[in-house]
Design a protein around this ligand. Structure first.
Ligand SMILES: *Cc1c(COP(=O)(O)O)cnc(C)c1O
Length: 399
């Protein structure tokens, strides 16, 4: 075993420095906890950024992976495999009822959705008018590949990589007028995160989401919900859209889909199931047997009981964070289920709070210099929620 400092130095020497990392070298994970190479235990209130929703190494996910590992890891999309076929069927059944494209990440799922929306416009409107716009929302995060980055209206992320993919327009968050003013018959898609994760847990209003549905219908545009972070039980229902009156045309999913293995999917309504045709799209790793077997076990694990747990503990976490706001130690708490953010007061630095929490054995994340984000795995208990609230309430870093 090597010292953590050696690992950090090796990574710094040989890995492109694209991430701001905490000085923790993870060695083992189980349930809601991670252990470092020195054996110190950390409560993981990030779930690996909403990837380990059912906890680290959920026993059923581990068993499914081990079982599949004894048979087949990968076989290509030149032929079929049973777990991938079942995964597509299951994803369809629990959401929009149409067909599914299996891929490997959130950005890739969003690229697939954008291509599908463009292909639909191309088929319905002819070549020229398919050049129309895709309306996205202020504060959105859809990924880092060029198409997904172009859909992510954050200047500091976009600027160095121009020219971007053209055709994206940005509506002001929860501003129905703004959304309306950007949509016309040239609009081919509206793409939204029902609950924006990376911008600090900003929940889109019912009114805004309902208007998006209305406008998409009026202009025959495709309504895409990016549920990469807020889906798969994170908000207390399997999909965030189930807490709205709206059903989208496409849902994109990734992050926790395969319990820590890379997986993503585009799920369509039946009407859009045939839009992508032979040769239109592909992904070498998409629908690999090992990943699909893991994903089936994850979907099994997120049952009614687990969703009720998300709801109940989410209310406890939300109530506790609201108390911190009422005590004047923070400005606002936002969230639902087990996705929450806390805007800190005055000069308190979210990054410093994260570092301090790490010292106390709690792994948190910050979405900006002033906002903490809470994404615990669904297998935490009330003691774990309480320990994080106690840290925030009692540690002098929050004063
Ligand atoms: C993380 C995230 C993505 C990008 O997913 P990757 O797997 O990193 O490509 C896209 N959309 C949302 C809402 C996300 O949270």
């Amino acid at each position: 075993m090597s010292a953590p400092d050696e690992t950090i130095a090796l990574a710094a020497r040989c890995t492109m420095a694209t991430y701001e990392r905490l000085p923790l070298v993870a060695e083992r994970g189980e349930g809601a906890y991670i252990w470092d190479v020195g054996g110190k235990r950390y409560l993981d209130f990030t779930s690996g950024i909403s990837v380990c929703n059912v906890g680290h190494r959920h026993p059923d996910v581990v068993a499914a992976i081990k079982g599949q590992l004894g048979k087949l890891i990968h076989s290509s999309n030149l032929i079929y495999n049973r777990p991938a076929a079942e995964l597509a069927a299951r994803l369809s059944e629990v959401s929009l009822g149409g067909k599914v494209f299996l891929c490997n990440s959130g950005a890739e799922a969003n690229e697939g959705a954008i291509k599908l929306a463009r292909k639909r416009a191309f088929m319905e409107r002819g070549e020229r008018s398919a050049q129309g716009s895709i309306v996205v929302c202020e504060g959105a995060f859809h990924g880092r590949t060029l198409g997904a980055l172009s859909a992510t209206p954050q200047v500091e992320k976009q600027r160095p990589f121009e020219p971007l993919v053209p055709g994206f327009a940005v509506a002001k968050r929860n501003d129905v007028e703004s959304l309306r003013s950007l949509c016309d018959d040239a609009t081919i898609a509206i793409m939204l995160e029902p609950v924006q994760g990376e911008s600090g847990v900003n929940i889109l209003s019912q009114e805004f989401i309902a208007e998006a549905r209305l406008l998409a219908d009026r202009h025959r545009a495709t309504l895409i919900f990016d549920e990469v972070q807020c889906g798969l039980g994170r908000t207390g229902t399997l999909w965030a859209y189930q807490q709205t009156d709206v059903v989208p045309d496409l849902v994109t999913v990734a992050k926790s889909l395969a319990g820590g293995l890379p997986a993503g999917a585009v799920i369509a309504r039946p009407e859009l199931s045939g839009t992508l045709e032979l040769g239109d799209h592909g992904s070498t790793f998409g629908g690999g047997a090992l990943v699909a077997a893991a994903a089936l076990a994850v979907l099994d694990a997120i049952d009614e009981e687990m969703l009720a747990q998300v709801d109940e503990l989410g209310q406890m976490l939300g109530a506790g964070l609201t108390e911190i706001v009422e005590a004047g130690k923070a400005i606002e708490a936002r969230g639902r289920g087990l996705i929450w953010a806390l805007d800190l007061a005055g000069s308190t630095s979210a990054r410093e709070v994260v570092r301090c929490a790490l010292g106390e054995g709690i792994l948190l994340s910050a979405t900006s210099e002033s906002t903490l984000r809470f994404l615990p795995p669904f297998v935490i208990g009330s003691e774990e929620v309480q320990s994080v609230l106690d840290f925030l309430k009692n540690n002098p870093i929050m004063d």
